[in-house]
Design a protein around this ligand. Structure first.
Ligand SMILES: O=c1[nH]c(=O)c2[nH]c(=O)[nH]c2[nH]1
Length: 310
């Protein structure tokens, strides 16, 4: 029989997946506000602090209701605007920690979905949009007392190179059937998450511009590297970001290898010179890596609640 008191361990709570659409009507130079903007997010708010009495005794006197957290998300969208997921989540965190003395920190997460203007009569429409399916922007902001951790990212960014990829030189044992290839399709769905340095976070960042820069650098590196392995591509992608964006302390990537197998058309008397492929959906290789700056201390608290990366 085990002995010792049973005590509450780490805990957090809040409202998950508050779907928030914020329409902005910023007047143009002539004061005309007929042109709308749209910010479309999925926001999760979770608080950390002294919630022991609730768990052990049902005493709710310190429980900021999840419903209140949800309402705050929507009210802040009106009062402060969204601007960027990073800025919006940081403002939420400041509020909860500042307002309730027993709230010591928390975790605020968002996905952001992009909309493009529909082109009508040759012009981008003022208030009609089409969902841009390219990738989903992600963000997790965490506070531990006065310390702030901002991890931004993207997911579901599917990319493919139809050549410029090889894979050979791997060890062979009695279970190895894969042949060497000097020309294959390389395709993946990139998930990436990068942590901004504390100094950069404190200085106030243009998170939207940085997001676009990082995404473009990842894509460019994927395209430009003549790849000998998806591992090499991933490292090159992360390295490009760290070389170009000093505000980023480290970056994690997780990439399924979306295998494309050349179909054997010989039974039909047809050759197949890298033209017809079977796109397999599973199983897939899963390649994950962290790319970091030598000497930069690790910050496990920034990553503790972000699954799916090495
Ligand atoms: O880029 C690759 N990395 C691997 O580790 C691997 N393993 C495999 O079977 N194919 C590939 N491709």
């Amino acid at each position: 029989m085990a002995t010792g008191d049973i005590v509450l361990g780490p805990n957090q709570y809040g409202k998950a997946e508050c779907r928030l659409v914020r329409i902005t009507r910023d007047p143009d130079a002539a004061g005309d506000a007929t042109r709308h903007g749209i910010e479309d997010l999925n926001v999760t708010s979770q608080l950390r602090g002294d919630f022991e009495a609730c768990h052990t005794e049902g005493d709710n006197s310190q429980v900021v209701a999840t419903d209140t957290q949800k309402n705050t998300v929507y009210a802040f969208a009106k009062e402060h605007g969204v601007h960027s997921p990073e800025q919006f989540l940081t403002t939420l965190g400041e509020h909860f920690v500042g307002e309730f003395p027993w709230v010591h920190g928390g975790r605020w997460e968002a996905e952001q979905y992009t909309w493009d203007r529909i082109v009508a009569d040759g012009d981008p429409h003022d208030h009609a949009f089409v969902r841009a399916g390219r990738e989903t922007r992600t963000c997790v902001v965490q506070r531990d007392g006065d310390e702030l951790f901002v991890v931004s990212g993207l997911k579901d960014c599917t990319v493919l190179k139809s050549t410029g990829s090889e894979f050979h030189g791997f060890p062979r044992d009695r279970y190895t059937t894969l042949g060497d290839t000097t020309d294959r399709i390389l395709a993946t769905s990139v998930s990436a998450a990068w942590r901004y340095t504390p100094a950069a976070v404190a200085s106030g960042l243009d998170y939207n511009a940085l997001y676009a820069d990082v995404r473009d650098l990842l894509l460019e590196a994927f395209a430009q590297l003549h790849s000998l392995a998806l591992q090499q591509s991933i490292f090159a992608m992360g390295k490009a970001v760290l070389e170009q964006v000093e505000e980023v302390a480290e970056i994690k990537l997780s990439c399924p290898n979306k295998h494309h197998f050349l179909v054997d058309l010989a039974p039909f008397g047809l050759d197949n010179d890298h033209e017809v492929f079977f796109a397999a959906d599973r199983p897939y290789g899963l390649i994950q890596a962290t790319v970091q700056r030598e000497g930069t201390p690790a910050e496990p608290r920034a990553w503790a609640s972000i699954p799916g990366f090495a």
